[in-house]
Write a protein that binds this ligand. Structure first.
Ligand code: FAD
Ligand code: SF4
Length: 518
């Protein structure tokens, strides 16, 4: 179709009310959607992640056509789908368009790429704000600009007040902003008990076609699509939300940080992928949770804990991403230079916690927050892996991985490579933390309280080594000093033995003895 105006819908912009779509004139404009082969090869991508994007995009295409939009859809098999760039050039050329309307891209590099291609082709780009998010990029910049440091807790309270969420008479519902004291419990010896079943969605022909394409085109990519049952349409995403509110929200708060062998999802929502594709709006997710508290279906401690993740963390990391890019992804504050151990791509390791967390990640493309932060992320932090290698891994292996949320969490929160924007001190802990929050250690050959010797837990050895390597930086740090003071418990011979054990461990796991500059 010949047209003046293209309306570009990116793979993570499947919102039926997106600002770009709202501006589309069905009679004259052409909607463009592009499946790019490069997306799955530039950075390795879990088969389920690629399958999810392709399936949800094709479902959205069909919905757009049903609604009467004219759609130019570049499928992954078409020659021009080699890269996003070649596909966009081809559509512009064929349509003769001189204007492109889009919603702000989620990813910095994509926005740059579109501006550059359109600039070369003489196409004017009209970018509209992404109304999916509750806090716009400019609102976040105003909030951040007025303070010395960006603290998530301050941002979260600001958002609660501004949007009147869980507020009563101008104060926080229940008299507290935060119910962490009641939350973050382990399960106890008897485990989580009977857990609600997670709803799965049988792939229809469109979804199955996308999964078959992934198998055919990317057979060597990590992971599998054999257990694929993620929501890929708006209707399925809404059904997932309803199920979470009814079945798992009530116990979400208390057990939000707990882990258990063989139980991959526990009381978590599994809504991140649907939200990141924009099949769900964060406002409707928050409203549904708050309504559950109002109706007495879920306790306030769970509802507040859940709302904090979305109104607080999710909006905060998006604001930080746009404020700190492009150099956020290049940062390496702790100067870590080690390679990522191969077992991150296979799950083959004798450390039970890592075997479980990585195994389920490769199987499903999912692990919950504490598995990501305090198992896989913690281990690479303590080992001293180059943050960019860790970033590539997280971007590849989770179905919900998109750079605006993945990078601040990985580079910032989990690796402290941003120097303290996401968290004021590194999330460093020994194997004892994992022992307290899970049952993994009970089936492991290592002992979480031992830092040296044949039974030494690698987390614990590397934890003490990490404290020693970064002693200068954190010994007088206002928030970290107390943790670093525990080093005083070690005498000289213990320090030497731990350093030696850490060096041997690094050699065994990565073939390198150094982790970078201390
Ligand atoms: P729940 O535990 O049910 O939480 C509810 C929702 O809150 C999530 O769906 C998510 O939208 C939001 N949320 C919770 N924690 C965070 C957070 N720290 N930052 C932003 N949003 C949050 N999340 C992604 O969506 N994509 C990623 O690529 C991603 N990469 C991560 C990498 C690392 C190293 C870490 C530590 C965290 C990462 N997270 C990422 C955040 C979080 O782990 C996931 O959002 C969560 O595990 C998704 O599972 P869920 O939907 O069951 O979440
Ligand atoms: Fe993980 Fe150490 Fe526990 Fe083994 S002993 S499961 S390595 S924390």
């Amino acid at each position: 179709m010949k047209t003046d105006t293209l309306v570009l819908i990116l793979g993570d912009q499947l919102d039926r009310h997106s600002s770009a779509l709202a501006a589309c004139d069905k009679q004259h404009d052409l909607v463009v959607m592009i499946e790019s082969r490069e997306e799955s090869t530039r950075v390795w991508s879990h088969k389920a992640r690629t399958g999810l994007f392709l399936a949800a995009m094709r479902q959205h295409r069909d919905w757009l056509i049903d609604q009467g939009f004219e759609v130019a859809y570049i499928g992954i098999d078409q020659p021009e789908a080699e890269s996003f760039d070649t596909a966009l050039r081809s559509v512009v050329k064929k349509s003769g368009a001189n204007r492109l309307v889009m919603t702000e891209a989620g990813e910095f590099g994509v926005e740059q790429q579109i501006t550059s291609v359109c600039g070369e082709l003489g196409v004017i780009v009209e970018t509209r704000p992404d109304t999916h998010f509750i806090c716009s990029r400019s609102e976040f910049a105003d909030w951040a600009g007025s303070r010395k440091t960006m603290v998530m807790e301050h941002f979260y309270r600001h958002m609660r007040k501004t949007h009147d969420v869980l507020m009563v008479d101008g104060g926080p519902a229940g008299g507290e902003w935060n119910f962490d004291k009641l939350n973050r419990k382990p399960f106890g010896r008897e485990g989580p008990g009977m857990l609600p079943r997670i709803p799965g969605f049988e792939p229809d022909d469109t979804t199955q076609g996308a999964l078959d394409d992934v198998q055919r085109l990317f057979p060597d990519n990590p992971g599998s699509v054999s257990a694929f049952s993620w929501p890929v349409t708006r209707e399925q995403a809404l059904a997932s939300l309803d199920d979470f509110i009814a079945q798992r929200l009530p116990a979400f708060g208390p057990f939000q940080d707990a882990m258990w062998t063989g139980e991959h999802t526990l009381h978590h929502s599994l809504l991140s992928a649907a939200m990141n594709l924009k099949l769900l709006n964060p406002r409707e997710v928050i409203d549904a949770a708050v309504a559950a508290a109002d109706e007495g279906h879920a306790p306030l401690q769970s509802v507040e804990g859940f709302v904090r993740q979305i109104l607080g963390w999710r909006e905060f990391v998006r604001g930080v991403y746009w404020k700190e890019m492009p150099d956020l992804v290049e940062r390496n504050e702790l100067e870590a230079t080690g390679p990522l151990p191969d077992f991150y791509w296979t799950g083959e390791t004798d450390m039970a916690c890592l075997r479980h967390a990585i195994g389920q990640t490769l199987e499903l493309g999912y692990a919950h927050h504490i598995q990501r932060l305090m198992v896989t992320g913690l281990f690479s932090l303590l080992l001293g892996v180059r943050p960019q290698a860790v970033h590539e891994w997280y971007l590849a292996v989770y179905v919900d991985a998109v750079e605006w949320v993945e990078a601040p969490n990985t580079i910032g929160m989990s690796q402290f490579a941003d120097g303290g924007i996401l968290g004021s001190k590194p999330y460093a802990a020994s194997g004892r933390y994992i022992q307290r929050m899970s049952n993994y250690c009970s089936e492991c050959q290592y002992a979480p309280d031992k830092a040296t010797g044949t039974q030494a837990c690698p987390f614990t050895t590397l934890y003490w080594d990490f404290l020693m390597r970064h002693e200068k930086r954190f010994a007088r740090h206002p928030r970290a000093a107390m943790q670093w003071r525990s080093l005083n418990r070690l005498d000289k011979s213990e320090r030497t033995a731990i350093k030696r054990a850490a060096t041997q461990l690094r050699k065994r796991l990565t073939g390198e003895s150094a982790s970078g500059k201390a």
